[in-house]
Design a protein around this ligand. Structure first.
Ligand code: PHE
Length: 342
Protein backbone atom coordinates (compact mmCIF):
# COMPACT_ATOMS: atom_id res chain seq x y z
CA UNK A 1 0.00 0.00 0.00
CA UNK A 2 2.77 2.37 1.01
CA UNK A 3 4.83 1.80 -2.13
CA UNK A 4 1.86 2.11 -4.47
CA UNK A 5 0.80 5.46 -3.07
CA UNK A 6 4.27 6.97 -2.72
CA UNK A 7 5.02 5.84 -6.28
CA UNK A 8 1.83 7.35 -7.68
CA UNK A 9 2.37 10.60 -5.80
CA UNK A 10 5.88 10.87 -7.25
CA UNK A 11 4.42 10.49 -10.74
CA UNK A 12 1.50 12.89 -10.37
CA UNK A 13 1.59 15.60 -13.06
CA UNK A 14 -0.60 18.27 -11.54
CA UNK A 15 -2.53 19.36 -8.46
CA UNK A 16 -5.70 17.70 -9.71
CA UNK A 17 -4.08 14.25 -9.76
CA UNK A 18 -2.61 14.89 -6.32
CA UNK A 19 -6.04 15.69 -4.91
CA UNK A 20 -7.51 12.49 -6.37
CA UNK A 21 -4.71 10.52 -4.78
CA UNK A 22 -5.25 12.24 -1.42
CA UNK A 23 -8.93 11.29 -1.43
CA UNK A 24 -8.16 7.69 -2.47
CA UNK A 25 -5.53 7.22 0.24
CA UNK A 26 -6.24 9.36 3.29
CA UNK A 27 -9.67 10.85 2.55
CA UNK A 28 -12.61 9.85 4.80
CA UNK A 29 -13.27 6.77 2.70
CA UNK A 30 -9.68 6.35 1.59
CA UNK A 31 -7.86 3.04 1.76
CA UNK A 32 -5.70 4.02 4.73
CA UNK A 33 -8.66 5.47 6.61
CA UNK A 34 -10.67 2.29 6.06
CA UNK A 35 -7.75 0.22 7.37
CA UNK A 36 -7.65 2.44 10.48
CA UNK A 37 -11.33 1.84 11.05
CA UNK A 38 -10.65 -1.95 11.04
CA UNK A 39 -8.31 -1.47 14.04
CA UNK A 40 -11.38 -1.70 16.32
CA UNK A 41 -12.03 -5.27 15.25
CA UNK A 42 -8.45 -6.31 15.90
CA UNK A 43 -7.08 -8.00 19.00
CA UNK A 44 -5.25 -5.61 21.36
CA UNK A 45 -1.89 -7.13 20.33
CA UNK A 46 -2.54 -6.68 16.64
CA UNK A 47 -3.84 -3.18 17.29
CA UNK A 48 -0.71 -2.24 19.12
CA UNK A 49 1.41 -3.17 16.13
CA UNK A 50 -0.89 -1.91 13.35
CA UNK A 51 -2.04 1.32 15.02
CA UNK A 52 1.32 3.13 15.00
CA UNK A 53 2.14 1.66 11.58
CA UNK A 54 -1.01 3.04 9.99
CA UNK A 55 -0.57 6.41 11.67
CA UNK A 56 3.00 6.61 10.40
CA UNK A 57 1.83 5.64 6.91
CA UNK A 58 -0.84 8.34 6.99
CA UNK A 59 1.73 10.93 8.01
CA UNK A 60 4.14 9.75 5.38
CA UNK A 61 1.55 9.99 2.63
CA UNK A 62 0.45 13.46 3.76
CA UNK A 63 4.05 14.63 3.82
CA UNK A 64 4.67 13.19 0.34
CA UNK A 65 1.53 14.94 -0.96
CA UNK A 66 2.64 18.29 0.47
CA UNK A 67 6.18 17.93 -0.86
CA UNK A 68 4.94 16.99 -4.31
CA UNK A 69 2.49 19.89 -4.31
CA UNK A 70 5.32 22.31 -3.61
CA UNK A 71 7.52 20.71 -6.26
CA UNK A 72 4.74 21.06 -8.84
CA UNK A 73 4.25 24.76 -7.97
CA UNK A 74 8.00 25.36 -8.30
CA UNK A 75 8.08 23.65 -11.66
CA UNK A 76 5.12 25.71 -12.86
CA UNK A 77 6.84 28.91 -11.81
CA UNK A 78 10.08 27.84 -13.53
CA UNK A 79 8.11 27.12 -16.69
CA UNK A 80 6.51 30.56 -16.61
CA UNK A 81 9.81 32.27 -16.02
CA UNK A 82 11.28 30.33 -18.92
CA UNK A 83 8.50 31.12 -21.41
CA UNK A 84 7.14 34.50 -20.36
CA UNK A 85 10.25 36.60 -20.16
CA UNK A 86 10.45 39.92 -21.93
CA UNK A 87 13.59 41.36 -23.48
CA UNK A 88 13.16 45.05 -22.84
CA UNK A 89 16.33 45.82 -24.79
CA UNK A 90 14.81 44.67 -28.11
CA UNK A 91 13.89 47.49 -30.52
CA UNK A 92 10.11 47.86 -30.81
CA UNK A 93 8.30 46.63 -33.91
CA UNK A 94 7.81 49.47 -36.40
CA UNK A 95 4.24 50.80 -36.34
CA UNK A 96 2.68 51.97 -39.56
CA UNK A 97 0.99 55.27 -38.88
CA UNK A 98 -1.21 57.01 -41.42
CA UNK A 99 -0.28 60.30 -43.06
CA UNK A 100 -2.32 63.32 -44.00
CA UNK A 101 -3.04 63.48 -47.71
CA UNK A 102 -1.36 66.49 -49.36
CA UNK A 103 -4.75 67.76 -50.57
CA UNK A 104 -6.16 67.70 -47.02
CA UNK A 105 -3.00 69.35 -45.74
CA UNK A 106 -3.16 72.13 -48.36
CA UNK A 107 -6.89 72.65 -47.78
CA UNK A 108 -6.14 73.14 -44.09
CA UNK A 109 -3.31 75.56 -44.85
CA UNK A 110 -5.54 77.57 -47.20
CA UNK A 111 -8.38 77.64 -44.67
CA UNK A 112 -6.07 78.80 -41.87
CA UNK A 113 -4.62 81.65 -43.94
CA UNK A 114 -8.02 82.94 -45.02
CA UNK A 115 -9.35 82.52 -41.49
CA UNK A 116 -6.64 84.96 -40.36
CA UNK A 117 -8.12 87.45 -42.83
CA UNK A 118 -11.63 86.95 -41.47
CA UNK A 119 -13.00 84.45 -44.01
CA UNK A 120 -15.35 81.76 -42.70
CA UNK A 121 -15.75 78.36 -44.37
CA UNK A 122 -18.94 77.58 -46.31
CA UNK A 123 -19.95 74.29 -47.91
CA UNK A 124 -22.36 73.10 -50.55
CA UNK A 125 -23.44 69.78 -52.09
CA UNK A 126 -21.28 68.02 -54.68
CA UNK A 127 -24.44 66.97 -56.52
CA UNK A 128 -26.32 70.17 -57.25
CA UNK A 129 -29.09 71.33 -59.53
CA UNK A 130 -28.10 72.82 -62.84
CA UNK A 131 -29.77 76.00 -61.63
CA UNK A 132 -27.18 76.50 -58.86
CA UNK A 133 -24.29 75.28 -60.97
CA UNK A 134 -25.20 77.30 -64.10
CA UNK A 135 -28.34 79.47 -64.35
CA UNK A 136 -27.93 81.31 -61.06
CA UNK A 137 -24.34 82.04 -62.08
CA UNK A 138 -25.55 83.74 -65.25
CA UNK A 139 -24.85 80.72 -67.45
CA UNK A 140 -28.19 80.07 -69.24
CA UNK A 141 -28.77 76.71 -70.92
CA UNK A 142 -27.62 77.73 -74.40
CA UNK A 143 -24.41 79.31 -73.06
CA UNK A 144 -21.19 77.87 -74.56
CA UNK A 145 -19.62 77.71 -71.06
CA UNK A 146 -21.86 74.73 -70.32
CA UNK A 147 -20.37 72.74 -73.16
CA UNK A 148 -16.83 73.79 -72.24
CA UNK A 149 -17.20 72.49 -68.71
CA UNK A 150 -17.55 68.79 -69.69
CA UNK A 151 -20.34 68.42 -67.18
CA UNK A 152 -21.38 65.09 -65.63
CA UNK A 153 -25.19 64.98 -65.71
CA UNK A 154 -27.16 62.77 -63.32
CA UNK A 155 -29.36 60.32 -65.18
CA UNK A 156 -33.11 60.77 -64.72
CA UNK A 157 -35.60 58.00 -65.31
CA UNK A 158 -38.38 58.79 -67.75
CA UNK A 159 -41.23 60.58 -66.00
CA UNK A 160 -38.95 61.80 -63.21
CA UNK A 161 -39.64 65.51 -63.30
CA UNK A 162 -37.31 66.72 -60.57
CA UNK A 163 -34.94 69.46 -61.73
CA UNK A 164 -31.83 68.19 -63.54
CA UNK A 165 -28.83 67.56 -61.29
CA UNK A 166 -25.15 67.67 -62.14
CA UNK A 167 -21.89 66.93 -60.38
CA UNK A 168 -20.88 70.49 -59.67
CA UNK A 169 -18.26 71.66 -62.16
CA UNK A 170 -16.93 74.35 -59.82
CA UNK A 171 -17.40 75.64 -56.27
CA UNK A 172 -19.16 78.79 -57.48
CA UNK A 173 -22.69 77.45 -56.72
CA UNK A 174 -21.74 77.76 -53.05
CA UNK A 175 -21.73 81.55 -53.61
CA UNK A 176 -25.44 81.44 -54.42
CA UNK A 177 -26.32 79.05 -51.59
CA UNK A 178 -24.47 81.20 -49.08
CA UNK A 179 -26.06 84.46 -50.27
CA UNK A 180 -29.53 82.89 -50.11
CA UNK A 181 -28.99 81.87 -46.51
CA UNK A 182 -26.93 84.68 -45.05
CA UNK A 183 -27.14 87.61 -47.47
CA UNK A 184 -24.59 90.44 -47.37
CA UNK A 185 -22.13 91.50 -46.07
CA UNK A 186 -20.10 88.28 -46.13
CA UNK A 187 -16.58 86.95 -46.31
CA UNK A 188 -16.31 83.23 -47.01
CA UNK A 189 -14.22 80.59 -48.69
CA UNK A 190 -15.71 77.32 -49.92
CA UNK A 191 -13.21 74.49 -50.44
CA UNK A 192 -14.40 71.22 -51.95
CA UNK A 193 -14.54 68.62 -54.69
CA UNK A 194 -15.59 69.46 -58.21
CA UNK A 195 -16.05 67.28 -61.31
CA UNK A 196 -15.37 67.54 -65.03
CA UNK A 197 -15.08 64.85 -67.69
CA UNK A 198 -11.39 65.36 -68.42
CA UNK A 199 -8.28 63.24 -67.89
CA UNK A 200 -4.58 63.81 -68.54
CA UNK A 201 -1.43 64.73 -66.63
CA UNK A 202 -2.98 67.99 -65.39
CA UNK A 203 -6.68 67.04 -65.38
CA UNK A 204 -8.61 64.46 -63.34
CA UNK A 205 -12.41 63.98 -63.46
CA UNK A 206 -12.55 64.92 -59.77
CA UNK A 207 -10.41 67.71 -58.42
CA UNK A 208 -10.53 70.42 -55.78
CA UNK A 209 -11.25 74.13 -55.78
CA UNK A 210 -11.54 76.79 -53.17
CA UNK A 211 -14.06 79.53 -53.85
CA UNK A 212 -13.80 82.97 -52.28
CA UNK A 213 -16.60 85.52 -51.86
CA UNK A 214 -16.50 88.91 -50.16
CA UNK A 215 -19.49 91.24 -50.27
CA UNK A 216 -19.84 94.66 -48.69
CA UNK A 217 -20.76 98.27 -49.54
CA UNK A 218 -17.54 99.27 -51.25
CA UNK A 219 -15.39 96.21 -51.96
CA UNK A 220 -13.23 96.60 -55.06
CA UNK A 221 -10.70 94.76 -57.27
CA UNK A 222 -7.99 96.43 -55.15
CA UNK A 223 -9.24 94.50 -52.11
CA UNK A 224 -9.19 91.32 -54.20
CA UNK A 225 -5.59 91.93 -55.25
CA UNK A 226 -4.47 92.65 -51.69
CA UNK A 227 -6.19 89.56 -50.28
CA UNK A 228 -4.77 87.27 -52.97
CA UNK A 229 -1.23 88.62 -52.63
CA UNK A 230 -1.40 88.29 -48.84
CA UNK A 231 -2.65 84.74 -49.33
CA UNK A 232 0.10 83.72 -51.77
CA UNK A 233 2.81 85.31 -49.63
CA UNK A 234 1.64 83.26 -46.64
CA UNK A 235 0.97 80.06 -48.60
CA UNK A 236 4.24 79.96 -50.56
CA UNK A 237 6.16 81.61 -47.71
CA UNK A 238 7.60 84.39 -49.91
CA UNK A 239 7.23 87.98 -48.81
CA UNK A 240 6.20 90.39 -51.56
CA UNK A 241 5.22 87.75 -54.12
CA UNK A 242 3.82 89.43 -57.25
CA UNK A 243 0.57 88.63 -59.03
CA UNK A 244 -0.47 89.45 -62.57
CA UNK A 245 -4.13 90.15 -63.40
CA UNK A 246 -5.06 89.32 -66.98
CA UNK A 247 -8.40 90.50 -68.33
CA UNK A 248 -10.63 87.50 -68.89
CA UNK A 249 -14.25 86.50 -69.04
CA UNK A 250 -16.53 84.55 -66.71
CA UNK A 251 -20.32 84.85 -66.97
CA UNK A 252 -20.57 85.34 -63.19
CA UNK A 253 -18.04 88.17 -62.80
CA UNK A 254 -17.66 91.56 -64.43
CA UNK A 255 -14.94 92.60 -64.84
CA UNK A 256 -13.12 89.26 -64.75
CA UNK A 257 -9.46 88.47 -64.37
CA UNK A 258 -7.26 85.41 -64.49
CA UNK A 259 -4.53 85.67 -61.92
CA UNK A 260 -0.94 84.47 -62.33
CA UNK A 261 1.76 84.26 -59.71
CA UNK A 262 5.39 85.14 -60.19
CA UNK A 263 7.84 82.28 -60.81
CA UNK A 264 11.13 81.34 -62.39
CA UNK A 265 12.45 78.25 -64.17
CA UNK A 266 16.16 77.98 -63.45
CA UNK A 267 17.76 74.83 -64.85
CA UNK A 268 14.39 73.15 -64.94
CA UNK A 269 13.77 74.07 -61.28
CA UNK A 270 10.51 75.85 -60.65
CA UNK A 271 10.71 78.59 -58.05
CA UNK A 272 7.58 80.39 -56.89
CA UNK A 273 7.74 84.06 -55.93
CA UNK A 274 10.83 85.11 -57.87
CA UNK A 275 11.87 85.79 -61.47
CA UNK A 276 9.80 87.05 -64.39
CA UNK A 277 7.78 83.97 -65.34
CA UNK A 278 4.07 83.60 -64.63
CA UNK A 279 1.86 80.70 -63.64
CA UNK A 280 -1.92 80.84 -63.83
CA UNK A 281 -3.53 79.84 -60.54
CA UNK A 282 -7.08 81.18 -60.42
CA UNK A 283 -10.06 82.93 -61.95
CA UNK A 284 -11.67 85.93 -60.32
CA UNK A 285 -13.60 89.15 -60.71
CA UNK A 286 -16.30 91.42 -59.33
CA UNK A 287 -19.52 89.50 -58.71
CA UNK A 288 -21.97 90.06 -61.57
CA UNK A 289 -25.16 91.94 -60.54
CA UNK A 290 -27.26 89.09 -61.95
CA UNK A 291 -25.47 86.66 -59.62
CA UNK A 292 -26.17 88.88 -56.60
CA UNK A 293 -29.82 89.02 -57.67
CA UNK A 294 -29.99 85.23 -58.04
CA UNK A 295 -28.69 84.96 -54.49
CA UNK A 296 -31.28 87.45 -53.22
CA UNK A 297 -28.76 90.22 -52.59
CA UNK A 298 -29.60 93.76 -53.80
CA UNK A 299 -26.99 94.71 -56.46
CA UNK A 300 -27.71 98.40 -55.86
CA UNK A 301 -26.69 98.12 -52.21
CA UNK A 302 -23.89 95.54 -52.30
CA UNK A 303 -20.88 94.61 -54.37
CA UNK A 304 -17.89 92.36 -53.98
CA UNK A 305 -15.31 90.04 -55.43
CA UNK A 306 -15.20 86.30 -56.03
CA UNK A 307 -12.42 83.93 -56.98
CA UNK A 308 -11.97 80.24 -57.69
CA UNK A 309 -8.61 78.57 -57.21
CA UNK A 310 -7.39 75.05 -57.96
CA UNK A 311 -6.28 73.43 -54.70
CA UNK A 312 -4.55 70.51 -56.41
CA UNK A 313 -2.68 72.94 -58.60
CA UNK A 314 -1.27 75.05 -55.80
CA UNK A 315 -0.48 71.84 -53.88
CA UNK A 316 1.56 70.59 -56.86
CA UNK A 317 3.39 73.91 -57.03
CA UNK A 318 4.13 74.14 -53.31
CA UNK A 319 5.28 70.54 -52.84
CA UNK A 320 6.82 69.87 -56.27
CA UNK A 321 4.40 67.14 -57.33
CA UNK A 322 4.70 66.60 -61.10
CA UNK A 323 1.59 64.56 -61.96
CA UNK A 324 -1.87 65.54 -60.73
CA UNK A 325 -3.18 61.99 -61.14
CA UNK A 326 -0.89 60.72 -58.36
CA UNK A 327 -3.10 62.54 -55.84
CA UNK A 328 -5.91 60.10 -56.52
CA UNK A 329 -4.06 56.81 -57.17
CA UNK A 330 -4.03 55.81 -53.46
CA UNK A 331 -0.48 54.47 -53.90
CA UNK A 332 0.75 54.01 -50.34
CA UNK A 333 4.41 54.46 -51.31
CA UNK A 334 3.54 57.81 -52.88
CA UNK A 335 1.44 58.83 -49.88
CA UNK A 336 4.26 57.93 -47.51
CA UNK A 337 6.61 60.09 -49.56
CA UNK A 338 4.37 63.12 -50.04
CA UNK A 339 1.99 62.70 -47.08
CA UNK A 340 2.28 64.70 -43.89
CA UNK A 341 2.73 62.96 -40.57
CA UNK A 342 -0.30 63.28 -38.34
N1 PHE B 1 -15.69 79.05 -61.27
C1 PHE B 1 -14.55 79.41 -62.07
C2 PHE B 1 -13.91 78.13 -62.61
O1 PHE B 1 -14.19 77.06 -62.15
C3 PHE B 1 -13.53 80.17 -61.29
C4 PHE B 1 -14.05 81.51 -60.81
C5 PHE B 1 -14.64 81.60 -59.59
C6 PHE B 1 -13.91 82.64 -61.60
C7 PHE B 1 -15.13 82.84 -59.14
C8 PHE B 1 -14.36 83.85 -61.15
C9 PHE B 1 -14.97 83.97 -59.92
O2 PHE B 1 -13.11 78.18 -63.51
Amino acid sequence: LRDTYLGRIAEARDEGELETLRVEAVGKKGEVSLKMRELGKMSPEERQVMGPKLNALKDEINAALAAKKEALADAALDERLRTEWLDVTLPSRPRRTGTIHPISQVTEEVTAIFADMGFAVAEGPQIDTDWYNFDALNIPSHHPARAEMDTFYMHRAEGDNRPPHVLRTHTSPVQIRHMEKFGAPCRIIAPGRVYRADYDQTHTPMFHQVEGLALDKDISMANLKWVLEAFFAAFFEVDGIKTRFRASHFPFTEPSAEVDIQCSWEGGQLKIGEGDGWLEVLGSGMVHPKVLEAGGVDPNAWQGFAFGMGIDRIAMLKYGIPDLRAFFDSDLRWLRHYGFSA
